[in-house]
Design a protein around this ligand. Structure first.
Ligand code: DO4
Ligand code: MG
Length: 284
């Protein structure tokens, strides 16, 4: 089952199940009043099915989808694919050994990526920093955990990154990664029970400029150097998440070093079992 957050034309926020090209609104109640409440249930899919009682369906194309997040923090893992490791080592000679070491170390790179107000949903703009000149999207399978750190679902993440800022000095990483509209999430959450086997999950990135594809690339979760459980285990060490947490799992697709995003580009990330997250890019 796929669960989306949407806004009606009267401004009310709802949760719905995506069924093909339709959205079935859920009848939320005091016990299950939000997407977070459903993700917190022992069997989220069963609860969502029970809340689909009315049988009403809306065409998905006519619904405004919101990012599938309530109050969760968004974290990210880095240097979890060899492509990311080599790209970072090219970007920063001074920090090359940091990236090489973290790829092979038991402890992964984990960083706080976004709070909900910095997140853009499907169709909403993602931002290039005003003070950055070399920018890329990072297409990342994103794990959705409840407060018990159970992996309950998956969504698509875009870890927008300013490579010139990050490459200048690794201590600038938070500025390269965390700013207004720095993270894309959506278009919905596919519950863990509905995902394909892990080694069959493909990830594709396409960047369009004036209607032409200017970059495309593919990878797959079979290339991810760490298990989901390992990443979740490290994130949970001495850390609690009172409303659950999302974790981007790192990028395995990095455009060549002469590529940078432009304002007006359209970024499409497609992940098997979920769908496609599309966002236009803005700057200024
Ligand atoms: O260390 C820099 C960030 C790495 C990252 O975001 C990634 O590998 O996806
Ligand atoms: Mg990343």
């Amino acid at each position: 089952m796929k669960l989306a957050k949407y806004e009606t034309n009267t401004g009310e926020v709802g949760v719905g199940a995506v069924v093909g090209e339709q959205l079935a609104p859920l009848a939320l109640n005091d016990e299950y009043a939000s997407l977070t409440d459903i993700l917190e249930a022992e069997a989220p899919g069963q609860i969502a099915s029970e809340l689909m009682s009315s049988g009403q369906q809306l065409p998905l194309a006519g619904v405004k989808l919101l990012p599938p997040i309530d109050a969760q923090e968004v974290w990210a893992a880095g240097v979890t694919y060899t492509r990311s490791k080599t790209a970072r080592m090219e970007e920063s000679e001074a920090a090359a050994s940091c990236y090489d070491r973290v790829y092979a170390s038991p402890r992964p790179e984990l960083f706080m990526k976004a709070t909900p107000h910095r997140v853009s949903g499907p169709g909403q703009a993602l931002r290039i920093r005003e003070d950055a000149e070399w920018n890329v999207p990072e297409p990342e399978l994103t794990l959705v955990m409840n407060t018990r750190m159970q992996l309950v679902g998956f969504t698509i993440g875009n870890d927008m990154s300013s490579r010139d800022i990050e490459g200048d000095n690794p201590l600038y990483l938070p500025q390269a990664k965390v700013y207004n509209q720095c993270a894309g999430l959506g278009p919905w959450i596919t519950l863990a029970t509905a995902m394909p086997p892990r080694n069959e999950i493909g990830i594709a990135l396409a960047i369009r400029r004036d209607g032409q594809v200017v970059f495309d690339g593919q990878t797959g979760i079979d290339q991810l150097a760490r298990t989901f459980e390992e990443l979740i285990g490290w994130l949970a060490r001495d850390n609690s998440f009172p409303t659950g947490v999302m974790l981007m799992t790192g990028t395995g697709i990095v455009p060549d070093s002469d590529f940078t995003l432009h304002p007006g580009d359209l970024v499409d990330i497609t992940i098997d079992g979920i769908g496609t997250l599309s966002n236009p890019i803005v700057q200024g």
